[in-house]
Design a protein around this ligand. Structure first.
Ligand SMILES: *Cc1c(COP(=O)(O)O)cnc(C)c1O
Length: 229
């Protein structure tokens, strides 16, 4: 199937379930993103700042760009003018930096807190306790130009479906708790980003409302050579 065919069938599959489809286009050339765009896709996710900026310059202005990879504080300035959502917020320091650059650009930047749910040492993210601590803190309450729209999580990369299911179940339960405790009156706390190509059906069953799909749309990725991120 072509990229356009994949987009059409995945948009239908997710749309019918009220789940947003983020096309993860990292390592893929702009021509392939354009093919997805022409098939109606508008939400694209990248994990490297430099690659994201280069593609944003080449592609139509009505694309909503999401950063889904680890973000260093000194790179925030490059994406602050245009980024639609930063899904990988994992510290108050980073959030403060995003706030600072959002302010400079006279805008508010939507963010997700990335929550660590996987049984792997290499994944970034806040633990449940750390996320609560961040939201309770005065430093967070002082921020004027960032908006926490929800949570993002990456499950363990394993064939064990039961484990993946449990991890997503825990994140959904945590999301509901955070919503009740901190965002009860805030309709904009509405996004639970969980699910990748290998596990998105499980994630949707467990309550995801945004899936991040790369290889299912664009085919498998070769090893990437992007540096300095
Ligand atoms: C690469 C990536 C994805 C997409 O991975 P696929 O397995 O190709 O669907 C989703 N989320 C994050 C955070 C990623 O880095």
């Amino acid at each position: 199937m072509s990229i356009a065919d994949n987009i059409r069938s995945l948009k239908k599959e997710t749309g019918d379930l009220n789940v947003k489809l983020l096309a993860v286009s990292k390592t893929k050339p702009a021509t392939e993103l354009k093919e997805a765009y022409d098939a109606g896709q508008r939400l694209f996710g990248e994990n490297m700042v430099q690659e994201l900026v280069e593609k944003q310059e080449q592609l139509p202005a009505d694309i909503e760009w999401h950063l889904i990879g680890h973000l260093q504080s000194n790179k925030v300035k490059y994406i602050a003018p245009f980024i639609s959502m930063i899904q990988s917020v994992d510290s108050i320091k980073l959030l403060q930096e995003i706030n600072k650059h959002a302010l400079k650009n006279n805008r508010t930047i939507d963010c997700l807190l990335q929550i660590y749910i996987a049984d792997e040492e290499t994944k970034f993210g806040l633990g449940f306790d750390e996320a609560i601590e961040l939201l309770r803190g005065d430093e967070f309450k002082a921020l004027t130009n960032v908006r926490i729209r929800g949570l993002m999580g990456i499950a363990t990369n394993t064939d064990n479906e039961k484990q993946v299911k449990e991890e997503y179940y825990e994140l959904k339960t945590f999301f509901d708790g955070i919503k009740t405790s901190f965002f009860r009156k805030d309709d904009l706390f509405d996004t639970l980003s969980m699910g990748m190509s290998a596990d998105y059906k499980i994630a949707i069953e467990q309550g995801s409302n945004m899936v991040r799909l790369g290889s299912t749309i664009f085919g498998s990725r070769v090893v990437k050579h992007w540096k300095n991120n």
